[in-house]
Design a protein around this ligand. Structure first.
Ligand code: DC
Length: 246
């Protein structure tokens, strides 16, 4: 799709839209992406799961996560695919379904580490561009609106204060009363460390695309965020119906 295409033109021509959702961990991207995919009948693609799957492989292989050239070699012999639906994605690592193995703290931390390397990012970006090439997708991550699909019709950058994101994560993970008990401050600290790496890496750091709509959910409930995101998409698509009516 060319840069000149407006959402209305894409819709008139019967092409399917691409919605990108970027932002830091715990901002509510997955919830919003799942909702938008269901609401607008699109596929939901979670790119973080791909970095997580690769981190799992590196951990299993016991490769140091800071050795770019070894990781690059490993990537050359790794197959990662996402099987998207409107909800959660199934993640296949060399044909093995690893969906249930990707959300623990070690893999989470590993994904943030392996994702700083340009060769790993270039590989992932290629895979993601192939996955979304036909449109009709909501793709969430850190660099989707800036690098993977810079010409997407709708871009949302979802943000929130680290304390709020950390508390949401803590609640989602059901850590209250866990043994040994984890404090919300520990989750917030992990999140800050990841933010630091994601925002400051040299290659495609986390940042909003110039044409993204920024949604700060610090003082919003997740229901309000979801509604606001839906409104953003509706507003972007509106010119299409106006044009058709005229
Ligand atoms: O969205 P997530 O928490 O599942 O992502 C895990 C890590 O993967 C995150 O710390 C940064 C990295 N990531 C990335 O660099 N680019 C993306 N498009 C998606 C994730």
């Amino acid at each position: 799709m060319s840069t000149e295409e407006s959402p209305s033109r894409a819709a008139e021509a019967g092409r399917k839209i691409i919605i990108t959702i970027d932002g830091p961990a715990g901002a509510g991207k997955s919830t919003v992406a799942r909702h938008l995919a269901r609401h607008f009948g699109l596929l939901n693609l979670e790119t973080g799961a791909m970095y997580r799957a690769f981190a799992l492989k590196a951990l299993r292989t016991e490769l140091p996560l800071d050795e770019s050239s070894s990781l690059e070699k490993l990537a050359a012999e790794t197959a990662i695919s996402l099987e998207p639906g409107e909800g959660d994605n199934r993640v296949l690592l060399d044909g093995e379904d690893v969906t249930g193995l990707l959300r623990n703290q070690i893999v989470t931390d590993g994904a943030s580490r392996v994702s700083v390397f340009p060769a790993i990012r270039a590989w992932m970006v290629r895979l993601q561009q192939q996955l979304g090439a036909m449109g009709g997708v909501v793709m969430e991550g850190r660099d989707i609106g800036t690098v993977v699909f810079p010409h997407a019709e709708v871009k949302i950058f979802l943000d929130a204060a680290p304390e709020v994101r950390g508390q949401r994560r803590y609640d989602q993970l059901g850590l209250k009363g866990s043994i040994p008990e984890v404090q919300p401050e520990e989750v917030i600290q992990d999140l800050r460390a990841r933010d630091q790496r994601d925002r400051n890496r040299a290659d495609s750091p986390l940042r909003a695309a110039p044409d993204a709509v920024i949604l700060d959910s610090t003082n919003m409930t997740l229901e309000e965020v979801v509604q606001a995101a839906e409104d953003i998409v509706e507003a972007k698509l509106k010119p299409a119906s106006n044009t058709l009516v005229r």
